[in-house]
Design a protein around this ligand. Sequence first.
Ligand code: A4P
Ligand code: MG
Length: 179
Amino acid sequence: MNNGYTRAVLALGSNLGERNETLSEAVADLVDVPEVRLVAVSPVIQTKPVGGPEGQPDFLNMVMTVETSLLPGELLRHCQEVENKHLRVRDVRWGPRTLDVDIIAYGDITSDDPELTLPHPRAAERAFVLYPWSLIDPAAELNGRRVGDLAAQAADFGDIVPFDGFDEADGVTAAGAVE
Ligand code: A4P
Ligand code: MG
C-alpha cells in the first residue's frame, strides 16, 4: 500500500479479431480512470492456446502492472467492463475470446473466493503470464519463487514467440469485421 494505492498485476490475452489493436486499446481503457495508474507494460508475445477446445487460434498475451485505489472486487469489475467493451462474449470456458483480462495479483492479498481468487490460481504454471511479467518486474515472486524461474519451468515456455507486429490472424476475421 502506497498513499492508498496498491500494486496489482493484470494479464491480458486475445485470440480473436484484431488481437494487437484490442490489447493496445485495453491497456489504454484500463488506465483511463484516475483510480488506476500505469506502472509498466510488457511486450506482446504470441502463444499457443493452453487448454480449451482443439484448433483455436494462437493468442497474443501481455502483462501490465498498475497502482490502484480500487478494492480487489472493484478492480475485477473494472476489468470486466473493459472486456465487455471489447465485445467479449462468455460462451465456451477457455474458448476463443477477443479479450480476457485476469487479475494475477493484488498486493500481497490471498483469496480463495471463486469470484476472485488471488493470486490467480493458474498463473504459477503459465509461461504466457509469467514470462512477460518477469520482463517488467524481474524481482517479482509467486508462491515464494521468482516469476522468471517459474516461467522457464512451465510446460508452455517453449511455445512462446515474440510478436512481430504483423497480425496475420486478422486476415479472415478483420476483412468481415464491423468496427
Ligand atoms: N475469477 C476468479 N479469480 C479471478 C482472477 N484472479 N482474475 C473469476 C479474473 N477473474 C477471476 O472468468 C471466469 C470467472 O473467473 C470470472 O467470473 C471471475 O469472477 P472468465 O474470464 O469469465 O472466463 P475464462 O477466462 O474463460 O475462464 P478463466 O478461468 O479465467 O480462464 P483462464 O484460466 O483465464 O484461462 N492460452 C494462452 N496461450 N493464452 C491465454 O491467454 N487463456 C486462457 C483462459 C486459457 N488458455 C490460454 C489463455
Ligand atoms: Mg479470465
